[in-house]
Design a protein around this ligand. Sequence first.
Ligand SMILES: C[S@@+](CC[C@H](N)C(=O)[O-])C[C@H]1O[C@@H](n2cnc3c(N)ncnc32)[C@H](O)[C@@H]1O
Length: 320
Amino acid sequence: MMKSPATAGGINIAVRGSHVETVLGTLNQQRATAMRGGPRVTSGSVKEFVLKSMVENYAELPRILRRPLWRFWHSWIIAREKRDVAMTCMNYGYAGLDTPETVDLLPEEENERYGLQMYHQAASWVQLEGKDVLEVGSGRGGGAAYLARHQKPASYVGLDISEPAIRFCNDHHRFDNLRFVTGDAEALPFENDRFDAVVNVESSRCYPHILRFFAEVKRVLKPEGTFLLTDMRWKTDVRQLRQQLVESGFAIADEKEIQQNVIRALDVDDERKRQLIRRRIPKLFTAAFNEFAGVRGSGRYTSFDSGKMDYWSFKLVHAS
Ligand SMILES: C[S@@+](CC[C@H](N)C(=O)[O-])C[C@H]1O[C@@H](n2cnc3c(N)ncnc32)[C@H](O)[C@@H]1O
């Protein structure tokens, strides 16, 4: 439902959902406090706050902004990257509840253990060996490379909306069965019945029209194919997600709530992420990156920890 326009710095923005309005409201409160003689709001701190809030509330931003923002975000990271690439996974991670480590990794993969374990969990429902696999929203390709290398599909195609991310992936991850292409989740550039499995990790919440994405997955999946969907949702939206899946012609063959595993991963990986951000990110962007990484105390961490945000892993098949 469209709400009435909110105002930020004299600009009217038509917003959908309450989170953006909360951001703008907080900004206005900060201004009012400063005008009453409270702590001064510097333009630096306002920018930091706005950037952080945009990351935190990305999925509630107007639809038209979401795709360009992803492209900008990927380009920004790539432009600042030194030769040593420190991040190829962009999800919040998965850890075991007793022992955080759930899989054996190669030494060079160890640094991104929890992001890779998220992929292991997402794909754990099926055997990918010898299969043709599509991943939608493959980001910086770490998870795609991990599955292509260890699960040995015949072919693994990673697709993302961001051209710079795809260029990075094709340069950085080189395996014979792996390639990356630019494309939109809502208009997949493939023929019908092309893939045995479609993988989707922490990306679907970004899509402006989720039903178009589900219709596209159904179209490109072979009749006996499997859709492996792993993502977060506000707790209040999980029921709607299930309905949308069923209405799109999928049956839920298996599912697991993994929110506690995500919190555990955020906890055990907290210091590594903070250090990385301290070392590499200019101060203006620190709060935004802390939010993006879900460090302890961030809005995202708190939404998981308070139970407002859920995280689910689904195995979906064509409904008969
Ligand atoms: C949080 S990142 C997750 C990336 C990757 N799955 C991972 O776990 O490392 C979300 C990804 O979805 C991509 N994305 C957003 N909207 C998209 C769309 N409409 N079509 C394809 N990819 C999209 C973004 O560019 C980004 O790389």
